[in-house]
Design a protein around this ligand. Structure first.
Ligand code: ZN
Length: 407
């Protein structure tokens, strides 16, 4: 027994040593407290912090995540998120410091390196340092060539500077990455808009052949690319091809009847130029028959009737249009003009017109479904969130259905 005692003591010491070694790896003395390094991600501060991020309570999220980060200096993602939160708060300098600090770490894996650079690029973009943002995103792609986030950020940078060809090339790369996924249709729609911008560029440079080719390509990519039809028709009209212009604009109506009104003025003039002005009211009637809620076709037809001297029919059409969109000031103004023409209290009506003429806000309100940016007209790219084709007509109240109307 006594023979084994030293061995037993040595064994216990060895085990204790191993345990202490493990503990040393795992625990660390910080400000007189033993900190469990493995626990940062499991700490309530981290979980609560993420909850607060989700709830968009940025300041409280920063407090909690700062505590979690203090527990785990190595926890890369906590520091990344903290940096991103400072950026969201507008403290770009602080975000840049945090993310640049993370880049100095030894033994970063390639994807970690790429992700930190992506965050840094977003910091630079937010801070308005376009060139440095550009460099950072390029570097992300060098490390991770199919990084969709970096590609999208680069595309946006080019779009902001109206470098449409560069933006187009990048969206093509994105579309190759998305090749089989559900995002393919969206990619094609964006490529169509970019193609359309390239067409506009060619058109401004006086190259109508290239412009027409671009517009047609945009339509090939995405049948609902409304601005491309309009511009293609404009190019044809400039070349003296009125019939070709009409075909382009009628194709728009065929592809997107809800956008038909964009071609109204052009078609009305072109039909008249062809000696067939009746084709315009015929078109409006067809649109109304196909979609009784089409208040814009009614408004256009009313204007046409007014011009023909038939104000009573016009007023009837306007009242119908108003039932579908009671908040459209365009309709109200037209109604008051019609009433005025029909001799109903002209002074009061003139005064009303004067008051409402400058109320641009309600003239034809549109709103971006992505960021709620409001515009008085239909825009193809949102000036705030830079997304394509996100504007819809803003209705203050739901339109009444047919039954309610006839009731
Ligand atoms: Zn927007």
């Amino acid at each position: 027994m006594t023979v084994y005692l030293p061995m037993l003591v040595a064994l216990v010491a060895l085990l204790a040593g191993l345990a202490i070694g493990k503990a040393w790896e795992r625990y660390k003395l910080r400000d007189g407290q033993w900190i469990d390094r493995r626990k940062a991600r499991e700490s309530p501060h981290f979980i609560v912090g993420l909850d607060l991020v989700v709830a968009n309570q940025i300041d409280q999220a920063i407090d909690e995540l700062s505590r979690a980060a203090w527990l785990g200096e190595d926890a890369l993602e906590i520091h990344l998120v903290l940096g991103n939160l400072y950026r969201e708060k507008g403290q770009v300098g602080r975000a840049i410091n945090i993310h640049q600090g993370l880049l100095q770490r030894q033994n970063l894996k390639t994807l970690e390196h790429a992700y930190i650079l992506l965050c840094l690029g977003l910091d630079f973009r937010r801070g308005g340092f376009v060139d440095r943002a550009h460099e950072a995103f390029k570097e992300v792609l060098r490390l991770d060539p199919k990084n969709r986030h970096a590609l999208i950020q680069l595309e946006k940078l080019h779009e902001e500077q109206h470098q449409w060809a560069e933006a187009y090339e990048i969206r093509q790369q994105i579309s190759e990455i998305d090749a089989t996924g559900p995002l393919r249709a969206r990619d094609n729609a964006i490529l169509a808009f970019l193609e359309n911008e390239l067409g506009d560029e060619a058109s401004k440079a006086g190259d109508s052949t290239e412009a027409a080719r671009r517009f047609a390509a945009a339509i090939d990519r995405d049948r609902s690319a409304a601005p491309a039809y309009l511009s293609l028709g404009d190019v044809k009209l400039n070349e003296g091809d009125v019939a070709g212009a009409i075909t382009a604009w009628e194709d728009l109506i065929e592809a997107s009847p809800d956008r038909a009104y964009l071609a109204f003025q052009r078609l009305q003039a072109a039909y008249a130029a062809q000696g067939a002005p009746h084709r315009f009211p015929d078109l409006c009637r067809r649109l109304i028959a196909a979609n009784p809620q089409d208040w814009r076709a009614r408004l256009a037809l009313a204007r046409h009737r007014t011009a023909a001297g038939d104000v009573s029919t016009a007023l009837e059409l306007l009242f119908e249009a108003l039932a579908y969109n009671p908040h459209a000031l365009m309709i109200h103004q037209e109604i008051w003009q019609a009433l005025s023409a029909l001799g109903r209290n002209p002074q009061l009506i003139e005064r009303y017109l004067g008051l409402t003429r400058d109320a641009i806000f309600y003239l034809d309100p549109h709103v971006c479904v992505r960021c709620r940016y409001r515009s008085t007209e239909l825009l193809w790219q949102c000036p705030q969130c830079h997304e394509w084709n996100t504007f819809i007509e803003e209705r203050m109240a739901p339109a009444k259905d047919d039954q309610q109307l006839s009731a």
